[in-house]
Design a protein around this ligand. Sequence first.
Ligand SMILES: NC(=O)c1ccc[n+]([C@@H]2O[C@H](COP(=O)([O-])OP(=O)(O)OC[C@H]3O[C@@H](n4cnc5c(N)ncnc54)[C@H](OP(=O)(O)O)[C@@H]3O)[C@@H](O)[C@H]2O)c1
Length: 337
Amino acid sequence: MKAVEIGDGYGIDALRFVQREPVALGPTQVLIRVKAVSLNYRDLLVVNGIDRWRPPVGRIPVSDGVGDVVERGPAVRSLVVGDRVAGLFLPNWHSGKLTPAKLQRSLGGAAYDGMLSEYVVLDEQDVIRVPASLSYEEAATLPCAALTAWHGLIEEGRVKTGDTVLIQGTGGVSLFSLQFALLSGTSVIVLSSSDEKLERVGQLGVQHRINYATTRDWVKPVLDITDGKGVDHVVEVVGADNINQSIEAVAISGTISVIGLIGGLKAEINTEKIMSKQIRLQGIEVGSTEMFASMNQAIETNALRPIVDKVFAFDQAKEALRYLDAGRHFGKVVITI
Ligand SMILES: NC(=O)c1ccc[n+]([C@@H]2O[C@H](COP(=O)([O-])OP(=O)(O)OC[C@H]3O[C@@H](n4cnc5c(N)ncnc54)[C@H](OP(=O)(O)O)[C@@H]3O)[C@@H](O)[C@H]2O)c1
């Protein structure tokens, strides 16, 4: 089978295309013919060997992929040949609260192979069926970006009709957050560095749009839009210093879903304001299988279609990663296999 793996060194250029034998099937495992994968910011952290995401040589990157079950081990009970399934980002987290044990395995990270491969072998517990309403390319966007957005806004955030939600950016997590926020009947404000992307956000039904590159003090317009009150929920994909602006922009007793680290891993933040405004800073890790099942149901019921920006062929995997790295995408970048 063909696959892409980490070569001698880090960076997109060091990735290598290889031929491998699929690993032998265990009793509770299934062989999946991967049809499409989608890229996340985290895949760049892995490929570039950053911090705790640094993988060894030979690791297959990319967490999110979907395909068909083509063979199953003798003890597999929950799946049949032909099922369309996605790998789970955190396969140990089936339900309930997050624990250290549930965080231990993550697909396509430092310690476990990912999905950028023609075939993968996974335990039946490590996959979930995807909505029949979605193409392979659309379904491949769900395991990380969509589930994180769902977890932050719906499962933990419990946003409701009439709330105001501030969304930073127009990447994968951001546009799923936008779609789930609109489904929940909230009023949405989107920040982007691009007027063209903000135009597209307007076509999705978002009235309030701010260019954070030209309006560096975006807190002021956010407060104007909310009559000085601030927003009920911030989807924080930037992190680090940026959280200080979110603290200013959020309402008293509002929530900030701390999801991203585009701005860095650490910062000095205004703890006094967190206290006096009674702000809830809510850290979000992707999500559980149980949450994924609820999200799939919402996607089917509401005929929601993930926003796929561009689809690349397998032999263009490096170009696809470069395209993501350049930050010109709107929604998800996908590779078909
Ligand atoms: N905690 C978790 O479990 C989890 C799960 C998924 C992702 N993440 C993290 O969340 C972040 C986003 O991931 P992703 O895959 O959605 O990335 P992505 O598709 O690459 O999107 C990143 C977006 O961030 C926006 N952005 C960059 N700087 C900004 C700023 N200063 N203010 C506002 N927006 C800004 C950009 O929007 P414009 O192009 O419109 O300017 C860009 O499109 C990453 O840090 C990732 O590691 C965490």
